[in-house]
Ligand binder design. Structure first.
Ligand SMILES: Cc1cc2nc3c(=O)[nH]c(=O)nc-3n(C[C@H](O)[C@H](O)[C@H](O)COP(=O)(O)OP(=O)(O)OC[C@H]3O[C@@H](n4cnc5c(N)ncnc54)[C@H](O)[C@@H]3O)c2cc1C
Length: 469
């Protein structure tokens, strides 16, 4: 029998899945997902990711079964997992999507490529995003991106059967998922999420995306689905393009600007992943080596307060606590958390970035490490923002709705004090049932001093730098 293997990685869907389509030409196919022990042991992996993958696999298995297939789920290391299957069925073709992951998965792919070469197995990898490999010197990236996004989606067809079907419902992990309010995985859920965004939730996307009070509903919330490939970026792009034509035709107010802004971000998604594809070392090293040694010591106490949401800055603490419960916060608040750790607390970006990677349900290495470095000021760009945790309260949560939800110690404190509760007099603290230093912490650092110091140090290395709050 002519056998092939489809290796599912971060592409847990059947629709618009080229490897699945290509494998359909064989007599029998092993539809493989491998839980990788070395990924599960990494500091970027959280029980919430594990749960999201299990939910995605459950829907994937159901959809494959409808097409004639069914999953084979393994736990272990690659290429050993492939080698074991090879002993059983001696396949000659492996199909998968390309992955621009972290160093672990990059090195695993090198091992798999070597194994395939030694066994005479052909490994056919297909791009799943608008990321080019290798990036063509002088090539027009944007037109390649558009070409990829506008190519027709691949519709699933009848699939050959899987002779080694084996789908356990769960794979044990020695951590508990504490994100009680996170999004759940699966292709069908991703389609519902997209449709609810394009048909109702997204109308005020453009003006609501920055405030944590509204962003949870107004943003698409597609990020974990894109990170684990429950839906293809091309499908999201094309559905949005069609919806743009619809709202134009019907002259629907607000939608035009919101959908244009959303479409732009789909391009940024690939733009940042391309950066990691071209320079994998930015997962560990400063983009610009001029910044090496800038933050030489690491204050563990500051890191601990930041990571628990106990800095004494209400919006920082609310964002961190929200993240720890839900696995998501909006872009502006992520930027503020990253900026605060790197600039106010003067922590080297790597450890806080790994911490957030673990807690972002949508962790996508290319976007994540680039964005973190941009907000730490190590990307070598000439303008950056050091977000003021005080001004952001006034701009993004003036009535304190978000803060009070996640920092209940401040529930009785009037909104006028929420940006700087430590400025309440002792009488105010008694009146509002919140003693600073006992019920809620004093600020870990003084904002004005920390901001000024960070700005001076960064400016010392880049005279063209323009820093705003
Ligand atoms: C420090 C930091 C770390 C981040 N880490 C991640 C990460 O690990 N994974 C991740 O998907 N996004 C990351 N982002 C980008 C952004 O915050 C999230 O994509 C967004 O909040 C996800 O919610 P959404 O799907 O509702 O976004 P929407 O606003 O609805 O955007 C739709 C999609 O566009 C892409 N996108 C949106 N904003 C950006 C951006 N600024 N850069 C690149 N792509 C973007 C994402 O794929 C997103 O799902 C990070 C931002 C910062 C500042």
């Amino acid at each position: 029998m002519n056998t092939s293997v489809v290796w599912f990685k971060r592409d847990l869907r059947v629709h618009d899945h080229r490897p699945l389509f290509e494998a359909g030409n064989f007599d029998q196919v092993i539809y493989l997902y491998g839980f990788e022990t070395e990924v599960m042991e990494s500091r970027e992996y959280d029980a919430s990711h594990h749960g999201f993958i299990e939910e995605s696999l459950s829907q994937l298995h159901g959809l494959l079964k409808k097409q004639g297939g069914g999953l084979t789920v393994k736990i272990g290391k690659f290429p050993q997992i492939l080698s074991d299957l090879y002993q059983q069925l001696g396949f000659k073709h492996l199909f998968s999507h390309q992955e621009t992951g972290n160093m672990r998965t990059y090195q695993r792919d090198i091992r798999v490529a070597n194994w395939c070469r030694s066994e005479g197995v052909s490994w056919n990898e297909y791009p799943q995003f608008g990321v080019t490999r290798p990036q063509k010197e002088g090539g027009d990236w944007s037109s390649l991106w558009s070409k990829f996004m506008n190519r027709r989606e691949i519709v699933p067809r009848r699939l050959p059967h899987n002779p080694l079907e084996n789908y356990p419902q769960t794979i044990p992990l020695d951590q508990t998922d504490t994100k009680t309010r996170r999004q759940r995985g699966g292709e069908l859920r991703s389609i519902k999420t997209l449709e609810s965004f394009l048909n109702s939730r997204g109308e005020h996307y453009q003006k609501s995306m920055s405030t944590p009070v509204l962003a949870g509903n107004a943003c698409s919330r597609l990020s974990p689905h894109l990170a684990f490939g429950n839906i293809s970026l091309r499908r999201v792009y094309q559905r949005t393009r069609d919806q743009q034509a619809f709202v134009r035709h019907h002259r629907l107010p607000n939608w035009g600007v919101s959908l244009a802004s959303f479409q732009k971000r789909l391009n940024w998604h690939c733009h940042f992943i391309q950066k990691l594809e071209d320079a994998p070392q930015i997962e560990f090293d400063n983009f610009d080596f001029e910044y090496d040694g800038l933050r030489s010591s690491f204050n563990e106490h500051y890191f601990s307060l930041w990571s628990k949401g106990e800095t004494g800055y209400p919006l920082i603490d609310a964002c961190m606590r929200c993240l720890l419960h839900t696995g998501w916060i909006n872009f502006r608040m992520r930027a503020m958390l990253a900026s605060f750790s790197a600039n106010h607390l003067w922590l080297h970006w790597r450890k806080p970035a790994v911490f957030l990677a673990r807690h972002f349900l949508d962790f996508e290495p290319g976007i994540h490490y680039c964005q973190f470095q941009m907000h730490a000021g190590t990307a070598g760009i000439n303008s950056m923002r050091i977000y003021s945790p005080i001004k952001q309260v006034k701009d993004q949560d003036p009535n304190g709705e978000f803060i009070k939800k996640w920092v209940p110690e401040l529930a009785s404190v009037p909104s006028e004090f929420l940006a700087e509760p430590h400025k309440m007099t002792i009488f105010d603290q008694m009146a509002y049932n919140c003693k600073i230093g006992r019920d809620y912490p004093k600020p870990v650092v003084d904002h004005e001093k920390a901001y000024k110091s960070a700005k001076e140090k960064l400016f010392g290395l880049n005279k063209k730098l323009v820093v705003q709050t």
